[in-house]
Design a protein around this ligand. Structure first.
Ligand code: ADP
Ligand code: SF4
Ligand code: MG
Length: 285
């Protein structure tokens, strides 16, 4: 059976980079993978295809009533089937309805069965997790979601919002949480901060991806790290993460913090980091 996995996170946090490297790692391991960009930015799959943009499903549906799979897809690295749902015309319409229309088209065209997909990854914008962007976890499209987060407050805030949406929809058949993917991790407190947030909310940590210049360098070639730098340590980080996401059946319904508790929790980390910096500079003197 095909596993449908949603990957959420705030804008710019590294969803597409992480998702594409997971897809590339799974494809490299011999799995059949479909990646569907569900972000109006529509660049989810670019690094699987040398950096080029794809016509989006929404734009194609607007232009023609009869859309074929080849009009809105391309085969990327190691056979990954790449699709971009697309977004509304700026200022008009709902991105969530677009995601719904895109997935409905793929279901009508029987794409998931005919492609014999092992994994379908949905790369979803998640700053707000409004009704629209909740579509992939709300309407039975996926049964599991991951959230990409750094140790920055706004990224954690977005993760907490996803937990709220999961809490709302999971009881009626919506997706559960697979875990938090810590991204752009620098040495020092970030891993501990994310681990602590996970503990407070009953979430799992799926893995940590360090901040690495190899990512930016691969991106300049329009490629994933798996393709451009397969022998790098960073490639092995993505392979390990992909193996975890592929095999993980330990799904949960996390308990989000309310905003006041989230702020208090963040402040306590601010204090702890300040104290550590102060004691470090004292001991250096
Ligand atoms: P999103 O899809 O969440 O909007 P992207 O995947 O497009 O974010 O990433 C935003 C930028 O951050 C990109 O330029 C990407 O190369 C960079 N980036 C993401 N993850 C890492 C990482 N682990 N190390 C270094 N740069 C990263
Ligand atoms: Fe945009 Fe979300 Fe409102 Fe749809 S539901 S219009 S995606 S904010
Ligand atoms: Mg993206």
């Amino acid at each position: 059976t095909t596993k449908h996995i949603a990957i959420y996170g705030k804008g710019g946090i590294g969803k597409s980079t992480t998702t594409s490297n997971i897809s590339a790692a799974l494809a490299e391991a011999g799995y059949r993978v479909i990646q569907i960009g569900c972000d109006p930015k529509s660049d989810s799959t670019n690094t699987l295809r040398g950096g080029d943009y794809l016509p989006t499903v929404i734009d194609s549906l607007r232009d023609s009533a009869k859309v074929k799979l080849q009009d809105v897809s391309a085969i990327g690295f190691k056979g990954v089937l790449c699709i971009e749902a697309g977004g509304p015309v700026p200022g008009v319409g709902c991105a969530g309805r677009g995601i719904n229309a895109a997935v409905s088209l793929l279901q009508e065209l029987n794409v998931f069965e005919e492609f014999e997909a092992d994994y379908v990854l949905y790369d979803v914008l998640g700053d707000v997790v409004c009704g629209g962007f909740a579509v992939p976890i709300r309407d039975g499209i996926t049964d599991r979601a991951y959230v990409v987060s750094s140790s920055d407050f706004m990224a954690i805030y977005a993760a907490n919002n996803l937990f709220k949406a999961i809490g709302k929809y999971a009881p009626s058949g919506g997706a559960k949480l697979g875990g938090i993917i810590g991204n752009s991790i620098l040495p020092g407190y970030p891993e501990s901060l994310i681990t602590d947030f996970a503990k407070r909310t009953g979430a799992a940590v799926a893995g940590f991806v360090p901040r690495s210049p190899v990512v930016a360098q691969s991106e300049l070639y329009g490629k994933t790290v798996i393709e451009a730098n397969p022998g790098s340590e960073q490639a092995d980080v993505y392979r390990k993460l992909a193996a975890h996401v592929a095999g993980n059946e330990n799904l949960s319904v996390p308990s989000p913090l309310n905003v006041t508790d989230l702020r208090d929790w963040a402040r306590s980390w601010g204090d702890a980091i300040n104290q550590e910096a102060a004691s470090f500079s004292a001991s250096a003197r």
